[in-house]
Design a protein around this ligand. Structure first.
Ligand code: SF4
Ligand code: SF4
Length: 94
């Protein structure tokens, strides 16, 4: 099991999105439902010799995901990205 962690820790908590690169089947559904374009498809950074394209957190959001994801976090329903991911590859630390 290989997990890619994107995010940061600050005085208010830990904000990481983890994508299990083994579970991601490259379907792209999480990208379609993300209202803030936090997620995108890219080559697997943890497998530089591989050519698999999987979901990753865009570079521009990695240092601000607490804010990028805030609109989704307000509700009581499951997060759109987590809900869309059938293999359950996406987890959030907060
Ligand atoms: S919580 Fe919302 S904004 Fe954040 S990655 Fe998931 S769908 Fe995108
Ligand atoms: S929805 Fe899940 S399986 Fe599909 S691309 Fe996103 S992380 Fe990968």
């Amino acid at each position: 099991m290989t997990k890619a962690n994107y995010g940061y820790k600050d005085g208010s908590g830990e904000y990481f999105i983890t994508i299990d690169t083994d579970l991601c089947n490259s379907c792209g559904k999480c990208i379609d439902v993300c209202p803030a374009s936090v997620l995108k498809m890219a080559e697997d950074e943890l497998d530089p010799l591989g050519d698999e394209v999987i979901a990753v957190v865009s570079e521009e959001h990695r240092k601000k995901i607490k804010y990028s994801c805030a609109p989704c976090k307000g509700g009581e329903t499951e997060l759109p990205c987590v809900k869309a991911c059938e293999p359950g590859a996406i987890t959030h630390s907060w």
